[in-house]
Design a protein around this ligand. Structure first.
Ligand SMILES: Nc1ncnc2c1ncn2[C@@H]1O[C@H](COP(=O)(O)OP(=O)(O)OP(=O)(O)O)[C@@H](O)[C@H]1O
Length: 389
């Protein structure tokens, strides 16, 4: 895709009152219950103009449902959705603006191209719906196809295109009417990894170049982190954390989020005689003072994320803990080494076979053979502590 200049804005009735001070999209206290099922609980989101917001979470967490509520394909049981400052859904008043009047473009996982229409016909469809005349339609279709790298494809049929090309057509169709906002529902998940990486980079550049505000549903962390300004982590119908990717990596909100983001293992630590140690490894740790201050008199347990970025390898006896290499995986430009940390001396004596081995992942530049003894050094300010619930 070859982004050029920013699009002019449509005069859409749903977004005509927009001002740059307002969020382009806001979701306030949205909940959805269907029968006995609570699918979404009190969702709040505010997308400033030009913001790319990803919704990331495991299957069934409610990402698509939230997107469909913003799109107007579902109505919320509670709460309000505003687009460009105008209310488009409000459960308390019953206000509802239908999808075609929300000024949105949409891209779905399955491309959703009409097989009986040519590529040109598919891309022109939103313009036809708006009564745009033939000559202008042709120009705008050509421009949209050029933006996605498919100039001259107007007469082709969808069936003659590869999956990646079909998705480019769907993207052209979503932007041809120059919407302010585009909603993406797992747009790349039907494509193979190489194409996904390429298209996600191109798509992010296109969205930014056009100044679009985007809501982007995915279960692929790499895609969300590469594309989005902020990533909302969803679990069980709720947003558990919404932050820029760097902040999610630095400070995941809870152990489940740390594990979902595959940042490293989370272990239990206990405080005894003023010193904190892992329960199952011979490793003393220093918690941040703010965290130590938060623990009450009875709270002597915590959980701690031993993120890969907090650990490095050193010679045995020269780090914070020694361990034995379980295995080493070559990852193209580094080795990912799994180290079983040594158990505390008294636990090892009482119970020679570790019931809870503390396996940590450490990045290494050299291959290390299984069974080799190593030291592990910890960078205390890269640890993430969680008060035990
Ligand atoms: N019409 C419906 N009636 C009852 N339950 C529904 C309905 N639509 C969705 N659900 C349920 O709501 C939950 C959230 O679904 P949703 O499709 O939003 O999840 P998701 O995070 O997008 O998952 P996936 O990545 O698999 O698409 C699921 O448990 C789903 O079964």
């Amino acid at each position: 895709m070859t982004p050029t200049a920013a699009h002019a804005r449509d005069n859409d009735p749903a977004s005509g009152s927009a001002s740059t001070a307002q969020p382009e999209v806001s979701v306030d206290g949205v909940a959805l219950t269907i029968g006995q099922n609570t699918i979404l609980r009190r969702i709040d989101l505010a997308l400033p103009p030009g913001h790319i917001q990803a919704l990331l979470g495991p299957s069934g967490c409610g990402k698509t449902t939230l997107l469909r509520i913003v799109a107007g394909l579902l109505t919320p049981s509670e709460g309000k959705v505003r687009i460009g400052g105008a209310t488009v859904a409000d459960a308390s008043s019953g206000a509802f603006v239908p999808p075609e009047r929300r000024g949105l473009g949409m891209v779905f996982q399955d491309y959703a191209l009409w097989p009986h229409l040519s590529i040109g016909g598919n891309v022109a469809f939103p313009l036809e719906m708006r009564g745009v005349g033939g000559a202008e339609r042709k120009t705008r279709v050509a421009k949209a196809l050029a933006l996605v790298g498919l100039s001259g494809f107007e007469a082709r049929s969808p069936a003659s295109l590869s999956g990646g090309q079909q998705q480019r057509v769907a993207i052209a169709r979503a932007i041809v009417a120059e919407p302010r906002i585009v909603l993406f529902d797992e747009p790349l998940s039907n494509l193979d990894k190489e194409l996904r990486d390429q298209l996600s980079t191109e798509l992010a550049a296109l969205v930014r170049d056009l100044g679009l505000t985007a809501l982007y549903v995915t279960h692929d962390q790499g895609e969300a982190f590469a594309m989005a300004d902020s990533v909302a982590i969803m679990r069980g119908g709720q947003i558990v954390q919404n932050a820029p990717p760097e902040e999610l990596v630095d400070a995941p909100a809870d152990p489940e989020t740390a594990e979902f983001l595959n940042l490293g293992p989370v272990f239990t630590a206990v405080e005894r005689d003023g010193a904190w140690r892992l329960t199952d490894a011979d490793l003393a740790l220093e918690p941040p003072s703010a965290f130590a201050g938060q623990s009450g008199a009875n709270s002597r347990k915590a959980r701690v994320l031993l993120a890969r970025r907090a650990l490095s390898l050193t010679a045995p006896g020269t780090g914070d803990c020694d361990g034995t290499v379980n295995h080493s995986l070559f990852r193209g430009d580094h080795h990912l080494v799994t180290v079983a940390l040594d158990r505390p001396a008294q636990a090892a004596a009482a119970q020679p076979v570790a019931t809870h081995p503390v396996d940590v992942l450490v990045v290494s530049e050299r291959r290390i053979r299984t069974g080799e003894r190593v030291g592990v050094r910890v960078l205390p300010d890269r640890l993430r502590w969680f008060a035990d619930a």
